[in-house]
Design a protein around this ligand. Structure first.
Ligand SMILES: Cc1cc2nc3c(=O)[nH]c(=O)nc-3n(C[C@H](O)[C@H](O)[C@H](O)COP(=O)(O)O)c2cc1C
Length: 160
C-alpha cells in the first residue's frame, strides 16, 4: 500500500479504537484531531453542536504532519446528531484534498452513519479528493478491543 495516514476524531475512545486497529493493520501513522480549549476548557459536544447550528466550526490544533507526503488518508469520526461530528469538518478545512485518495469510516451507536458518510464524501469530492471505501461501525456495547479487531478486519479490504 502507498504511504498512508489514519486521522481520527474521537471523544470517548470508540472511534480511536477502530482507528488503532486500522493503523496497525496498514502499518500507518495515526493522528488525532484535537479540540482547542475555549476559556480554559475543552468544549462539550453540546457547545460544539450549538456553534455548528450557527455555522461555526470548532477550533482544532493544526500541528498535524504535512499531509502532502501521504498518498492515502483514512479519515474517521463519530456520528453526532445523525451527521459527522463537526471537529472532522474542521480538519477537512485545513487540508489540500486535491487528488488525494481517501477512505472514510464513522462510528455510531446505531443510526446516522450512512448519512454522515454521504455528507463527508460529498464535501471531500467537492474539494477534489477521490473517496474509495467507506464504512459505518456500530459501537454500542462493544469493547475497545473488539472495535480494534473490527478496524483491522476492515483495513484488510483497503489493501486490495
Ligand atoms: C453529542 C453526541 C451525539 C450523538 N449522536 C448520535 C447519533 O445521531 N446516532 C448514533 O448512532 N450515535 C450517536 N452518538 C453516539 C456516538 O456516535 C457513538 O457512541 C460513537 O461511537 C462515539 O465515538 P467516540 O467514542 O469516538 O467519541 C452521539 C454521541 C454524542 C456524544
Amino acid at each position: 500500500m502507498a504511504s498512508c495516514i489514519v486521522v481520527v476524531f474521537s471523544r470517548s475512545g470508540r472511534t480511536r479504537a477502530l482507528a488503532e486497529g486500522i493503523a496497525r493493520e496498514l502499518g500507518a501513522q495515526l493522528e488525532e484531531i484535537r479540540l482547542k480549549k475555549v476559556r480554559n476548557r475543552i468544549p462539550t459536544p453540546g457547545m460544539i453542536l450549538r456553534g455548528f447550528k450557527k455555522g461555526e466550526l470548532p477550533a482544532i490544533h493544526t500541528d498535524f504532519p504535512d499531509l502532502g507526503k501521504f498518498d492515502e488518508i483514512v479519515l474517521g469520526g463519530p456520528v453526532w446528531g445523525f451527521d459527522i461530528a463537526p471537529p472532522v469538518l474542521s480538519f477537512i478545512e485545513h487540508v489540500n484534498w486535491s487528488g488525494k485518495k481517501v477512505h472514510l469510516f464513522v462510528s455510531e451507536a446505531f443510526l446516522g452513519g450512512r448519512r454522515a458518510l454521504t455528507h463527508l464524501k460529498r464535501i471531500l469530492e467537492n474539494k477534489g479528493a477521490r473517496v474509495e471505501k467507506e464504512r459505518a461501525f456500530p459501537t454500542l456495547l462493544r469493547h475497545p478491543k473488539t472495535l480494534q479487531i473490527c478496524g483491522r478486519e476492515w483495513a484488510k479490504t483497503l489493501k486490495d
